[in-house]
Design a protein around this ligand. Structure first.
Ligand code: FAD
Length: 524
């Protein structure tokens, strides 16, 4: 039986400042030792999942090391607060275009209060309770690898340090951090944490970036009353999605008064009295940015600037150098989905998962990989047989703008680049009775990308109201490799938005819609 090797039974959560009841000899200046089967550094959604799956149903033990709040970026500063803010706005947007009900007004204080509820007022005791219930031990502090299967946790202040030894595996689930470009650093710009944790709404807000965080933040900050200017270096929004997705979101943002400047780079900026005023508060005096576009150089002023300029895996301070590895060894490890480890350069006891791995920086993807890797660690310990995992699994994603953007698998361009001979089918999002009924100003597009040779779906994109609810059917079709002539027999209800599937399949060439040879479902 595998058990923790500390002298006394340890509590599930070891507080940073007062680890008194962990062991009698753990004091501020001494290093305590704990051993478990699995040590997970980083207690975000992914770290929690990998720890849970690694020990589930066994007597294996796992420790999660967390430096901030158990639950991670997603729970307190990213997915949860952003969607808590955006959902009421989506409902208001639909209601505003549904004759028969009054136009709802946004109540700023109520909206922020809803956000605070969804982030549990930045209190992670509920998550700690969950971890305890799942048999996981939480050690508070900053963890870094100090040798093979060894992690040192420094709690900071007078909290002392704890040396953790993993019998089987160490998992890096340290997430990612915002990248702030050099010209903005001195200005102490907002990051996505401030945007999701907004307390003071700037009169004028410049958002630098054109990706998911930028367009979602523009949506809720505009609704909260900020005058938004989006400065986008590229020539479109939402790179990586089908081009029509960025175009729909661009039109919609401009429609609600957001200024979007494409092809615009920030060269530098000034700000008086830049100061760390706290989460979601304006970080000092007015900002002046020097920007450049095809017309030349000019200045853009604002009360605050939000750097929505990407994220990088948080690997710089986790002690990789102590075992002769670099961050690139971890993120370049090209994880085959079916593998239990993250790739060749990592020792067999070390894994990286979630944003830290460099894979798709999405909670659901990280949690999926955490289940796969967690089960593999468990199987390594117990000898249980692992279910085979598909070689390739598509990544779904939703952008919660108005209209929503959702996609899974490959875009048409990416599919061609990957060597697929593809056929696409495209219809307006309002092209079915059910989707047209959603609201009276339906805009958007639905598209399937089909591999001609296999007659299966390789990618799907929907842009439209509540589009997020349509994508999982595509995910199932791709994972199940369901040929389109079989998909035709999946009958959507009338009048529901899923009837768009019928329209999309009807648009395909006849030879693709019908089975061939032994594939045929219909009697001749
Ligand atoms: C504004 C915004 C909105 C988003 N919305 C969505 C969404 O709607 N849907 C979606 O799927 N994804 C969304 N994402 C992405 C999502 O937040 C991440 O993919 C997800 O949080 C990754 O989970 P993780 O567990 O890998 O990392 P994180 O959630 O970042 O958690 C990592 C944890 O590790 C801790 N940690 C780091 N280093 C150490 C260390 N050395 N020692 C101890 N602890 C450490 C951190 O404190 C943190 O708690 C959004 C991101 C942003 C920025």
């Amino acid at each position: 039986m595998a058990t923790l090797s500390s002298a006394a039974p340890a509590p599930a959560s070891v507080p940073a400042s007062a680890p008194a009841d962990l062991t009698a000899d753990l004091t501020a200046d001494l290093t305590a030792d704990l051993t478990a089967d699995v040590v997970v550094v980083g207690g975000g959604p992914v770290g929690e999942n990998v720890a849970q799956y690694a020990i589930e149903g066994t007597d294996l033990t796992a420790i999660i090391v967390e430096g901030e709040l158990l639950g991670g970026e997603c729970s307190y500063y990213a997915c949860m607060p952003s969607k808590a803010l955006l959902r009421p706005l989506a409902v208001a947007g639909a209601a505003a275009h549904l004759p028969g009900i009054g136009t709802p007004a946004v109540d700023r204080e109520e909206l922020l209060a809803r956000r605070d509820t969804w982030v549990s007022h930045y209190d992670d005791s509920g998550q700690v309770e969950w971890a305890e219930g799942a048999g996981l031990q939480v050690v508070r502090g900053h963890g870094r690898i100090v040798g093979e299967r060894e992690v040192l946790v420094e709690a900071g202040g007078t909290g002392g340090s704890t040396r953790l030894r993993a019998r089987r595996a160490v998992v890096l689930a340290t997430g990612s951090q915002a990248v702030i470009p050099a010209p903005l650093r001195e200005l102490l710009p907002w990051t996505s944490r401030d945007a999701t944790g907004v307390r003071e709404v700037p009169g004028e807000l410049v958002i630098v970036g054109g990706g998911v965080v930028a367009v979602e933040a523009a949506t809720w900050m505009a609704a909260l009353g900020a005058q938004i200017t989006l400065l986008v270096r590229g020539t479109s929004l939402l790179p990586g999605f089908e081009p029509f997705a960025g175009k729909h979101v661009l039109d919609a943002l401009r429609e609600v008064g957001v200024t979007v400047e494409l092809g615009t780079s920030v060269l530098g900026g000034e700000r008086d009295g830049a100061a760390e005023t706290g989460l979601g508060r304006i970080h000092g005096g007015r900002v002046t940015l020097q920007v450049e576009d095809a017309r030349g150089r000019r200045e853009v002023g604002a009360d605050e600037v939000l750097a929505a300029t990407g994220r990088r895996p948080r690997l710089s301070d986790v002690g990789l150098e102590t075992i002769g590895l670099t961050a690139e060894d971890v993120t370049g490890a090209e994880a085959p989905v079916s593998d239990d480890a993250t790739g060749a350069p990592l020792p067999e006891w070390l894994h990286a998962v979630g944003d830290a791995s460099g894979e798709a920086p999405l909670t659901h993807w990280g949690k999926y990989r955490a289940r796969v890797i967690g089960q593999a660690i468990r199987a390594g310990a117990t000898g249980e047989t692992l279910e085979p995992v598909p070689e390739s699994v598509p990544v779904p994603q939703v952008v919660f703008t108005d209209p929503q953007v959702t996609s899974v698998g490959l875009t048409e361009a990416a599919a061609r680049e990957a060597g697929h001979d593809v056929v696409t089918s495209q219809v307006p999002f309002g092209g079915a009775a059910g989707s047209a009924l959603l609201r009276d100003d339906v805009t958007g597009t639905a598209q399937l990308v089909i591999d001609r040779a296999t007659r299966t779906l390789v990618g799907t994109t929907f842009v439209g109201p509540d589009a997020s609810e349509l994508i999982h059917a595509a995910t199932i079709a791709i994972v199940g490799q369901v040929p389109v002539h079989v998909l035709r027999h999946a009958v959507p209800s009338y009048p529901a938005a899923s009837e768009l599937w019928l329209r999309l399949l009807e648009e395909l060439p006849r030879e693709l819609r019908q089975g061939q040879g032994s594939d045929r479902l219909e009697k001749p």
